[in-house]
Design a protein around this ligand. Structure first.
Ligand code: SAM
Length: 268
């Protein structure tokens, strides 16, 4: 269902306006490399993190040989599988994986410094730490994270239908200018793929601190037609969900006076 007019979205005691304008997207044909507009590299990566990227990332990295089976993809069989797209510095991914040892987490991130930071969080190896000959996960963690260190759109086709119980897209780059709207990650093509790889009853969580992105995401997901927004009252989307782990961009938004929203959608 394409929303062509300004629409009031009502459910429970929620009543919000969503904008009609949609941008046209060129579907990714699966052959060319999709265009990525963010940063791939930042500051020079120092010794400990470089070592983690070279010596430890290959052990948990997703490649074209990875087998998408709950019993084989991770270091141990898992009950559920979640995907975090654009995990940034990795705080949420590292925290969720620790809190949910029976769930396997796939994290996708293009920004190399972010990937390196995640590796620091899960191994406990920081700059200046002694670098052991064999790098392991920090004590108390199970081997339930796999990392795709590139654009998630390149991985979608490898993920089978109905594979994921949860998908997190947290504080995606808002690309607030109208002429950049086609760069927003929550768009018809990506939602089609996400709906395909998610199980019925699974939860897609989108968090944002951006006013435009909030309405944008609600509209895109509604238009996709495979999800229902679970919120019934303000607390259901203006407060952190019970299983939430704070992220770097969330904290930045709060410091700068912007209030994030947390949109949970159930796959139907
Ligand atoms: C604004 S940051 C938010 C990071 C993190 N989720 C947080 O809340 O702190 C958005 C992140 O998404 C990543 N990203 C954007 N598009 C992506 C894609 N197609 N595949 C993987 N990562 C992507 C960017 O590299 C960036 O690190």
């Amino acid at each position: 269902m394409l929303i062509t007019e300004k629409t009031s979205l009502k459910q429970g005691n929620i009543d919000i306006q969503i904008e009609p304008k949609n941008s046209s997207f060129t579907p990714y044909n699966g052959f060319d490399k999709p265009k990525f507009y963010g940063r791939r590299k930042g500051r020079t990566i120092r010794k400990a993190k470089s070592t983690l990227l070279e010596a430890f990332l290959p052990e948990i990295k997703i490649t074209d040989k990875s087998v998408f089976d709950k019993n084989k993809l991770f270091g141990k069989p898992v009950e559920k599988v979640a995907l975090e797209i654009g995990f940034g510095d990795g705080q949420h991914l590292a925290g969720q994986a620790k809190n949910n040892p029976d769930t396997g987490f796939i994290g996708a991130e293009v920004f190399q410094n972010g990937v390196a930071n995640l590796l620091t969080l899960i191994t406990g190896i920081k700059e200046g730490s002694h670098l052991p000959e064999k790098i392991n996960l920090e004590e108390g963690r199970v081997d339930n994270i796999r990392v795709f260190d590139d654009d998630i759109r390149l991985l979608f086709k490898q993920i089978p239908n109905n594979f994921l119980d949860k998908v997190f897209i947290l504080f995606p780059d808002p690309w607030p200018k109208k002429r950049h709207a086609h760069r927003r990650f929550v768009n018809p093509d990506n939602l089609t793929e996400i709906a395909r790889i998610m199980k019925k009853g699974g939860i897609l969580r989108i968090a944002t601190d951006h006013k435009i992105y909030k309405g944008w995401a609600l509209r895109q997901v509604k238009e996709n037609g495979n999800f229902v927004w679970t919120a019934k009252c303000g607390n259901d989307w203006k407060k952190e969900p019970a299983d939430w782990v704070q992220t770097k961009y969330q904290l930045k938004a709060l410091r700068e006076g912007r209030r994030p929203v947390f949109l949970d959608f159930e796959k139907i």
